[in-house]
Design a protein around this ligand. Structure first.
Ligand code: ADP
Length: 260
């Protein structure tokens, strides 16, 4: 708490009171720290692929360019790292766009059937699922409606299905379900993947938080997917939860309230 004090004087200059102003700066300090951490995280995430690209450029410059097989291999890695940089930037822009729209109350929600949105999300992920022989099922009543922003909700569900595929072994199943509950609709994405240890759950939806940094980087994640999901849930006046058992699988649930 910051304290400012000053004397109150009357016309003759006699002290008749004291004015005290107390400012609770806890929240301000916390926001400052979050912003600083965020900038540090972004810099680190961007620097990693840049360092790798720079390293391969130097290797090529110092002669590897004349070894065609190696050169092709190095160039492929460099292209992948450049894609990764692009993906990070794209995810950061998505996140800030959603946050801004959320703050300015610009996200329009309309009553729409959920099934079409869920089907569209599954379709987006089908190729990646097929590569790992993962099947995606859908269970959603035809007439189930909710107050949604279809493109945003689709993006959230795609992120959840994408994670389910990334963090599951081949030949497993991903189930997408939607059902009505008391004054809300629940959309679930369930996988039979590696699961997440309890200690990680509280921080899972933070930007750039990963359970296993090196392994998650390898499967191609930016660490921003769940932060985007969280903000999309909030833009729907809702929230997202996770239940997970290590070695058995995870369930991510979007809770969408039926009234504003
Ligand atoms: P990433 O781009 O790394 O996937 P996310 O924000 O989408 O970032 O997820 C954060 C971390 O949460 C992931 O790195 C992974 O460790 C963990 N995670 C997310 N979804 C799942 C899942 N379905 N099963 C197991 N771990 C998951």
């Amino acid at each position: 708490i910051q304290l400012h004090g000053s004397k109150l004087l009357d016309a003759q200059g006699k002290v008749i009171g004291v004015l005290l102003v107390m400012n609770d700066v806890t929240k301000m300090r916390r926001l400052e720290r979050i912003r600083r951490d965020f900038v540090a995280n972004v810099s680190h995430e961007l620097r990693t692929p840049i360092t790798s690209i720079k390293g391969f450029v130097e290797t090529l410059q110092s002669g590897a360019i004349y070894e065609p097989d190696n050169a092709v291999h190095f160039l492929n890695i460099m292209a992948r790292q450049a894609d990764r940089l692009n993906q990070i930037i794209e995810d950061l822009l998505t996140l800030s766009r959603i946050e801004q729209e959320e703050e300015e109350g610009k996200v329009t929600l309309t009553w729409k059937p959920l099934k079409t949105v869920l089907q569209a999300a599954i379709q987006v992920c089908e190729v990646r699922a097929a590569e790992k022989q993962i099947t995606i099922s859908l269970s959603c009543p035809d007439n189930l409606q909710a107050r949604i922003n279809p493109p945003l909700l689709e993006e959230a569900v795609v992120n959840l299905i994408d994670n389910a595929i990334k963090y599951s072994p081949p030949e497993t199943a991903v189930a997408v379900t939607a059902e009505p509950a008391t004054e809300k609709v629940l959309i679930r994405v369930r996988d039979q993947g590696r699961g997440i240890a309890l200690e990680h759950l509280p921080r899972l939806f933070e930007r750039f938080y990963r359970v296993d940094t090196s392994r998650s980087r390898k499967v191609g994640g930016t660490g921003l997917g769940l932060a985007i999901v969280k903000h999309i849930a909030q833009a729907h006046d809702g929230w997202v939860t996770v239940d997970s058992t290590l070695g058995q699988g995870s369930v991510f649930t979007l809770h969408l309230p039926l009234s504003a």
